[in-house]
Design a protein around this ligand. Structure first.
Ligand code: MSP
Length: 514
């Protein structure tokens, strides 16, 4: 069985989870679920990034110990996963012993190899971003962009990792491995960045300035900070298993260069460890046209949204609307358009009609198909095409297009119902019409079963609900479930199922109340 290891970025715990975090988890979950359905042995890791200055500061502000602070906020991220039906196999916290011990061992190993050295560092330091800045980060008027907060010049002794020694190796590696970064155009951005010489990476902070971190094994007066600690989570969580190297590290575009595309491959290479097979870089969500920002208050709280419209509706919107890699906009208006037209109208109505008509014309028991005339042949043919295309699109991470195809099929089932008009056939005493009626009920139910099966990775609960409403228990091999057949013959359908109720008017989530 092919093994497949996929990770999300680990989230900073200095704030509550927002839509960006939710999206990354849902996207990764859809990939993980899809691979499981395709028969892979999947390991899906997510987690939280708990060390650093900001956490130390936030805890201090609340007058509690950092550990208590991270315990509380981490729980919110765990709850988010549970609530959004994320099928992660593991959840890592960087304060866990299993992680710290791996970070320390690798640091020691690199130090022993001479890859880490001590030197004086003078530079402009942004506390908010926890990084030293460079001249090129200044605005044309010489000031620092607002995102850096307060910037001060400091000099201190620190440890450095010999990043620059590996620049040529990395360029060569990226040239040879064109698919290391997905989408491909992002790999070009990395190569662009590597046209300029890179600096060695400062990997430590003196403990008196930052105590909330992993002490360096070769100098306890320092802790390691940010990227060395954070990146190694992908490896530390599975060390000793056969899952490494990861198939995908899923991340947002802001942490590709230099963290994931430069530091990460070089760290692994220098430590003699295999590199992940690919980095999957997604775009960013804006909210109603503007950047998500706590200060303007337009941060969508994903759980509120899921509570109001259902988890599956939120999952559907996120995956349908965003072409993986590009940016997208989230607003209640856009959400409601999708919710009403795709989910309530096309899918919800189809389910209602299938159940109603089976109850009305066949006493609730799905009949067998008896004829295959033009309308049936059309639906069959469209199904074959839809399934083949959708699977291929999912393999290529084009989930938004796969959903588009699936909903074209769902609309076509509704059109088939109009064409066959079972309510008219039900009035005819002609045996040929009665055979057509039974066939149409069988065709509607079977097509609905297939469409619902194709939605499983994105809307797992919806698929289950539809299967249950059709009185059907699926087999264990998903691909077999995608074959048109007579599995539903004799299944007893439920009286009704309301999947996506019409939202109450004026239902605006908190984030968009101005
Ligand atoms: N802790 C680091 C990552 C370390 S990975 C070894 C971090 N954390 S974060 O909480 O700021 O971001 C976590 C993930 O959420 C990142 O991949 C980031 O791109 C993603 N998003 C944050 N805001 C986002 C949007 N507005 N839209 C989509 N994703 C966004 O960076």
């Amino acid at each position: 069985m092919k093994s497949f290891y996929i990770t999300t970025a680990i989230d900073y715990v200095n704030g509550s989870p927002h839509l960006g975090h939710a999206y990354e988890k849902v996207l990764t979950d859809v990939i993980a679920r899809f691979r499981r359905l395709m028969g892979d042995r999947v390991h899906f890791l997510t987690g939280v990034d708990e060390h650093g200055q900001k956490v130390q500061q936030s805890a201090r502000k609340r007058g509690i110990e950092p550990q208590q602070f991270v315990d509380e906020v981490s729980q919110e991220f765990r709850d988010l996963c549970k609530h959004l039906n994320i099928s992660n196999d593991d959840f890592i916290r960087t304060t866990e012993e299993r992680h710290k011990k791996v970070v320390r061992r690798i640091l020691q190993q690199l130090f022993d190899k001479g890859e880490i050295y001590k030197a004086d560092y003078r530079g402009f330091y942004s506390t908010r971003q926890e990084q030293f800045l460079q001249e090129k980060d200044r605005l044309p008027d010489g000031s620092w962009p607002e995102i850096y907060g307060e910037v001060t010049e400091i000099v201190e002794s620190n440890y450095f990792f010999k990043l620059s020694a590996y620049q040529d190796w990395l360029v060569e590696f990226l040239r040879k491995n064109e698919n290391f970064v997905f989408p491909r155009y992002r790999q070009k951005q990395v190569l662009e960045f590597l046209k300029e010489p890179i600096n060695d990476l400062c990997i430590s902070r003196p403990r008196e300035r930052l105590s909330w971190g992993i002490p360096l094994p070769f100098d306890e007066g320092y802790v390691t900070y940010v990227w060395f600690d954070a990146l190694l989570n992908y490896y530390s969580a599975v060390e000793g298993t056969d899952f490494w190297p990861a198939d995908f590290n899923v991340i947002g575009k802001d942490i590709l260069v230099p963290a994931h595309a430069v530091y990460w491959p070089i760290m692994l290479h220098a430590a003699g460890l295999p590199l992940p097979k690919a980095l999957l870089v997604h775009g960013w969500w804006s909210i109603a046209g503007s950047k998500m920002s706590k200060s303007t208050g337009n941060v969508v709280k994903p759980l509120e949204f899921a509570d109001q419209f259902s988890v599956d509706a939120l999952r559907y919107f996120l995956i349908r609307e965003m072409n993986v890699g590009q940016d997208s906009d989230f607003s209640t208006e856009l959400f409601l358009i999708r919710y009403n037209s795709d989910l309530a109208n096309d899918l919800g109505n189809l389910v209602n009609r299938a159940l109603n008509m089976t109850n009305r014309f066949a006493a609730g028991s799905i009949p067998a198909a008896e004829v295959a005339e033009e309308p049936e042949r059309e639906v069959h043919a469209l199904w074959e095409k839809t399934r083949d295309e959708a699977l291929q699109l999912c393999e290529g991470l084009q989930f938004h297009s796969a959903l588009d195809r699936t909903f074209t099929f769902i609309k076509a089932i509704n059109a088939y119902i109009e064409k066959r008009a079972p309510w008219k056939l039900g009035k005819s005493a002609d045996p040929a019409d009665q055979a057509r009626l039974r066939t149409s009920l069988a065709t509607i139910a079977e097509a609905l079963r297939l469409g619902a099966t194709l939605l499983q990775a994105v809307m797992p609960s919806t698929t289950e609900k539809i299967q249950a409403a059709l009185g059907y228990a699926p087999g264990s091999v998903w691909r077999d479930e995608l074959v048109w057949g007579g599995r539903l013959t004799g299944c007893k359908v439920q009286a009704s199922l309301v999947l996506f109720p019409r939202p109450q008017p004026a239902a605006k989530p908190e984030a968009e109340k101005k």
